[in-house]
Design a protein around this ligand. Structure first.
Ligand code: Z5A
Length: 230
């Protein structure tokens, strides 16, 4: 895929690592970031949207329900699960992410391609080459400009989400599964040092948000140096 004028920022990590909380805080913080505000006023970055996978489109919401609430007697086959995540992503890229990036906008996305490598690859044990091919098909080659990986122990994340009550189908998987997922994220961070930044997700909420703001502000300066006056 050709380079797009906009930027795709993805939040990744284990269950309960704090992505949903932090994506909302970053969205709000960008509204107070002078450099980002300047880019918006100049029309360089015309829009900022927050979205998620699975479930960032109407079709995706139906797929999300199948993936997380599926409860028929026969367990979902791992390859069926993989293909459903890929279908959700293909629709999401086409309908939401690509148009926003083509217009120069920013997309903050809760989970993307790395989740499939970590969960279906490392977690379920599906072949990594197959997952890369499917990610390529679903995204047309689009990769995040920046991935913020909230790093916490799998057990801590699960303990946080279990306080919410009823666990969905993915959350019900055992601790060993979530630990393999965590190892998947560690391996990805090693392989893609150019775009994956590890953030300490165990720190208090405000400290995590502050670290993210520093990283994102550094990228804003790097990406938009010619347009910035401050
Ligand atoms: N999945 C997949 O298998 N393959 C794929 O390709 C994709 C996804 C794209 C989506 O579920 C599931 O799909 C997910 C991966 C899989 N399943 N698992 N397992 P989801 O969208 O429903 O859930 P999630 O993405 O895993 O997120 P989450 O469970 O909602 O957690 P979170 O967004 O990372 O965390 P949070 O909601 O912000 O925080 C969780 C709790 O911790 C909450 O009570 C917070 O107040 C608390 N929290 C947050 N930060 C802190 C700090 N710093 N300290 C203390 N407490 C905190």
């Amino acid at each position: 895929m050709m380079a797009m004028p906009g930027k795709l920022l993805v939040f990744e990590g284990c269950e309960g690592c704090g992505k949903s909380t932090q994506i909302g805080l970053l969205h709000a913080a960008l509204g107070r970031n002078e450099r980002f505000q300047q880019l918006q006023h100049q029309g360089v970055v015309p829009n900022l949207i927050t979205t998620r996978e699975p479930g960032g489109t109407g079709l995706g919401l139906e797929v999300r329900r199948l993936l997380l609430d599926h409860s028929s007697e026969a367990p979902m086959a791992s390859r069926a699960e993989l293909l459903l995540y890929a279908a959700d992503r293909a629709q999401h890229v086409e309908e939401v992410i690509k148009p926003a990036l083509e217009a120069g906008g920013w997309v903050l996305c809760d989970r993307f391609i790395d989740s499939t490598v970590a969960y279906q690859g490392y977690g379920r044990g599906l072949e990594l080459g197959l997952i890369d091919q499917l990610n390529q098909v679903a995204t047309g080659g689009l990769v995040p400009d920046l991935t913020l990986w909230l790093q916490i122990e799998a057990a801590t994340g699960l303990a946080r989400t279990r306080q919410r009550g009823v666990a969905d189908r993915m959350e019900q998987a055992d601790l060993a599964f979530h630990q393999r997922v965590q190892r998947g994220f560690e391996a990805l961070a090693e392989q893609h040092r150019d775009r994956i930044v590890a953030i300490d997700g165990l720190a208090p909420l405000e400290a995590v948000a502050a670290e993210i703001n520093v990283v994102v502000d550094r990228y804003i300066q790097q990406w938009y140096a010619p347009s910035l006056m401050i």
